[in-house]
Design a protein around this ligand. Structure first.
Ligand code: GLA
Length: 397
């Protein structure tokens, strides 16, 4: 088994960047030399494989059974549930080797199902983030998605992918979640077949997305985990130090729809080119920060879309934990947990107040279907949309 895996990894390294090495059923490797993720991966090729354990996890309100998968690696343990294909917990060590769960979430399916606002840990889609007035056109035909956020469609509409029970199967080091979204689901054209592969590889939780369609459609898939590197429920994230390699971001209107401008971050509280505490400027008198009560904006990543590049780095001075986010996507939504309001009662009996977790949602830009200048989210029959994101955990003194 180990030999087979190592050979598969080597085969990809030889063939070159951005190649997916295996079909469903096999191990998937994507090699991108010359960056941190690649080094995580080469270390990973000699590391111990993760073990995967499947268990029943209650039912959704309609009676559909839900499963939960525990992926236990040497350095990281992640639990992924089929309800919303969501990350329920990630245990990672602090600078003293003490493990803690570093994502927000609930104890059971009923609580996830009841909360239609936070999207804790879920895969959101078919279009993650917002579509203005829920309306867009493809080839002269106009489509309407039911509205669920200030007159706009958010995260695929009121019954997006985060509220579906996905099917799942074990893969080496992880689990593959799959969903077939029928033609017309939440108003989107085309039957969309989606696969999301989670794997624990060394210090990384790796997520591979793919989607195919029967009609031209728009797709934007992301994971909506809220991180608190000090540990779930361990207070505010405002002291965490964040770096985002983005010279520009997409400012929004009063309903959080991009104005279409790619604005420079220079001289604004959106400049995270140098590591800066999340809370350092969050209360500044800045019109953009006032709209969502903090950061809730898409950053235009400097790296090249399509190849794995850095999306963000975060350091928690309290625990010493670090999070490095790598992605093939053009953007990342940095959301500082502004709408958490103490009404969410999470795992371990904790309550989530404003700013008790942050999201780094790697993605295409919001409202791209209505912004021809943004990178396209159109997927046509015969094409496969693929993307990759890695959450890499580490420690600093
Ligand atoms: C996304 C949005 C936020 C908010 C959260 C969920 O990150 O951009 O405005 O809706 O989801 O609360």
């Amino acid at each position: 088994m180990m030999l087979k895996r190592t050979v598969a990894a080597m085969a990809v390294l030889l063939v070159g960047p951005m190649l997916w090495a295996a079909e469903p059923g096999g191990s998937v490797r994507q090699a991108v030399p010359g960056n941190e993720a690649a080094s995580v991966r080469s270390a990973a090729s000699t590391r111990q494989a993760a073990s995967v354990h499947e268990a029943a996890w209650g039912t959704a309100a309609d009676g559909t059974p839900v499963k939960i998968f525990t992926i236990s690696g040497h350095e990281l343990t992640a639990r992924i549930a089929t309800f919303g294909a969501r990350v329920v917990s990630i245990e990672a060590p602090d600078r003293n080797g003490r493990m803690a769960d570093v994502v927000l979430g609930y104890d059971d399916v009923a609580q996830y199902e009841k909360d239609t606002n936070t999207y804790f840990g879920a895969i959101v889609g078919r279009y993650g983030n917002r579509i203005a007035k829920g309306t867009f056109s493809i080839d002269g035909k106009t489509y309407h998605i039911p509205l669920n956020n200030n007159g706009n469609a958010l995260h695929g509409g009121p019954e997006g992918f985060s509220s579906k029970v996905w099917t799942a199967r074990m893969i080496p080091d992880g689990v593959e979640m799959s969903l077939v979204s029928p033609d017309g689901d939440m108003g989107f054209p085309g039957t969309l077949t989606v696969h999301v592969r989670y794997s624990v590889e060394g210090h990384a939780l790796r997520i591979l997305y793919s989607a195919t369609t029967t009609k031209p459609t728009v797709v934007n898939l992301t994971n909506h985990s809220y991180f608190n590197l000090a540990g779930d429920g361990k207070g505010s994230i405002l002291d965490d130090v964040l770096m985002i390699p983005a010279d520009r971001y997409t400012p929004v209107d009063a309903t959080q729809i991009p104005t279409g401008e790619l604005a420079p971050v220079k001289g604004t509280p959106f400049d995270f080119l140098q590591p800066t505490a999340i809370g350092a400027r969050i209360d500044e008198d800045n019109a953009q920060l006032k709209i969502g009560g903090g950061y809730d904006h898409n950053f235009v990543l400097n790296g090249k879309p399509g190849s794995l590049h850095l999306a963000a780095k975060v350091y928690d001075p309290k625990s010493g934990r670090t999070l490095t986010v790598m992605t093939t996507q053009p953007g990342v939504q940095f959301y500082s947990g502004n709408f958490l309001d103490g009404k969410q009662h999470g795992k371990y009996g904790v309550t989530y107040e404003k700013y008790s977790g942050f999201c780094l949602e790697t993605q295409h830009f919001p409202d791209s279907p209505n912004e021809p200048k943004f990178p396209s989210t159109l997927v046509k029959p015969g094409e496969t949309m693929r993307s990759e994101t890695e959450f890499v955990f580490g420690v600093r003194p």
